[in-house]
Design a protein around this ligand. Structure first.
Ligand code: GLY
Ligand code: MN
Length: 339
C-alpha cells in the first residue's frame, strides 16, 4: 500500500517522530520522512523504520520519490492537507491521488498493549493533577477570576513544563459552565459556587481527558460524590452521574457506539433534561484528543476490545449552570475499564 501523511500525530504513529515541517511517504515496503535542514539531527536520531530525506522543498522531494519509485496510486487524507500543499504535489505528478478520510485515525482506532499502558498512565497522571489542582484552588483559588484559575490550572496540569496539555483547560463557574466549551471570563470563584474543570495532559504524546463538576465549599475535592445546596442542580448532577456510571457499567464490546450513547442519553431524557444534553457521549482518545470511535447517537461503529474513549454526559441549562462528568475508558475483556 502507498500513502502519504502530513499530520504530525499521523506521522509520529508511523515512525516515532514528527516536526512541524515534514511529509511522510509509505511506498510499498519502504518509507520516507522528508523534512528540512533545521530538523536533520533530531530526525536522524529519532525516526524509526523510514529513510530521512532533507530538502527545503518537501513537495519537490516527495514528487521525486513518487517518480523514482514508479508509484501509480497513493492514498491521502484530505483532512490533513492544505489545498496549497496538495496542489504542489498533484500538479507536478501523474500519480492518482486517492482521498481516504480519517485514514490514520482508522488505523489507530484499536490501541496496542503498549499504547494502552501509556494511555492508562496519562489518565492516572491526569487524575493526580486534579488532586493537586483541588489543593491549589482551596488554598488560593477563592476570589480569583476564571482567567487566573485557568492559568494556574495550566501550570499544575503540566507540572510546570514537564507535560504538554491535551487542550486548553476549561475552568468554568456557575452559568459559564452551561457552555460546554466555555472560554474563561472575569467571574471570580466564591464559596457556594458550582465549578467545572475539564482538562488533560499528554504523556509520551498520548492524551488524557477528564471533567469534574463540584460544589465549592471550604475544602472541596474533585471526587464524583458532590452535594449541592440547590435541589435543581443536585437533580441534574445525580442524573449526569447516573448516566455516566450506566454507560461504563453496561458498555460491552460488540455493541454499536450509538447504543453506548443511548446508555447515557436515555437516563438524561427520562429525567426530563434531554434538551439540555447538547453533545454526544464521548470520543476516542489517543495521540489526538478527539479521535475514533465517536460515541454519538448516529455512530454505527462497533465497539471492540482495545478501543479507548471518553464517557462524558452533561446537562447544560443556559444562564444557570452546566454539569459534565468525564472519564476515559478502555475496552478490556469485553468491558469498559476506567483508566
Ligand atoms: N474535554 C474536551 C472535549 O472533549 O472536547
Ligand atoms: Mn472529552
Amino acid at each position: 500500500m502507498n500513502y502519504m501523511l502530513k499530520d504530525e500525530n499521523a506521522m509520529y504513529y508511523e515512525c516515532g517522530y514528527s516536526c512541524d515541517n515534514a511529509l511522510y511517504l509509505r511506498l510499498g515496503s519502504e518509507a520516507f520522512f522528508i523534512t528540512d535542514s533545521r530538523y536533520t539531527i533530531d530526525a536522524s536520531e529519532n525516526v524509526k523504520n523510514a529513510n530521512v530525506m532533507i530538502n527545503g522543498d518537501l513537495y519537490a522531494e516527495a514528487v521525486n520519490l513518487l517518480k523514482k519509485n514508479k508509484i501509480k496510486k497513493i492514498i491521502f487524507d484530505p483532512k490533513e492537507w492544505t489545498v496549497a500543499g496538495f496542489e504542489k504535489m498533484s500538479t507536478k505528478s501523474k500519480v492518482s491521488f486517492q482521498p481516504e478520510l480519517d485514514f490514520s485515525h482508522k488505523k489507530r482506532i484499536i490501541k496496542s498493549d503498549e499504547e494502552l499502558k501509556i494511555l492508562s498512565k496519562a489518565a492516572k497522571l491526569g487524575a493526580k493533577a486534579f488532586k493537586a489542582l483541588a489543593k491549589e484552588f482551596n488554598k488560593q483559588g477563592l476570589g480569583e477570576s476564571e482567567y487566573k484559575l485557568t492559568h494556574r490550572a495550566k501550570g499544575i496540569l503540566g507540572d510546570f513544563g514537564k507535560y504538554a496539555l491535551s487542550f486548553e483547560p476549561i475552568v468554568a463557574i456557575n452559568k459559564n459552565a452551561a457552555k460546554p466549551h466555555a472560554m474563561p471570563s472575569k467571574s471570580k470563584l466564591s464559596l457556594g459556587d458550582l465549578l467545572l474543570v475539564d482538562a488533560g495532559l499528554k504523556y509520551k504524546r498520548y492524551c488524557s481527558d477528564r471533567t469534574r463538576t463540584v460544589y465549592v465549599d471550604d475544602n472541596f475535592s474533585f471526587n464524583t460524590k458532590v452535594k449541592y445546596k440547590s435541589k435543581k442542580i443536585q437533580k441534574a448532577y445525580d442524573t449526569v452521574l447516573k448516566a455516566h456510571d450506566n454507560a461504563i457499567i453496561k458498555a460491552k464490546s460488540g455493541m454499536k457506539a450509538k447504543k453506548v450513547d443511548a446508555l447515557t442519553r436515555d437516563i438524561i431524557e427520562r429525567a426530563g433534561f434531554g434538551k439540555y444534553y447538547v453533545h454526544s457521549t464521548g470520543h476516542g482518545v489517543g495521540l489526538d484528543i478527539h479521535e475514533m470511535p465517536y460515541i454519538s447517537s448516529k455512530s454505527e461503529t462497533i465497539i471492540e476490545d482495545g478501543m479507548v474513549y471518553t464517557v462524558e454526559p452533561g446537562i447544560y441549562i443556559p444562564n444557570e449552570f452546566g454539569i459534565r462528568i468525564e472519564d476515559m475508558v478502555a475496552m478490556v475483556d469485553g468491558k469498559a475499564k476506567v483508566l
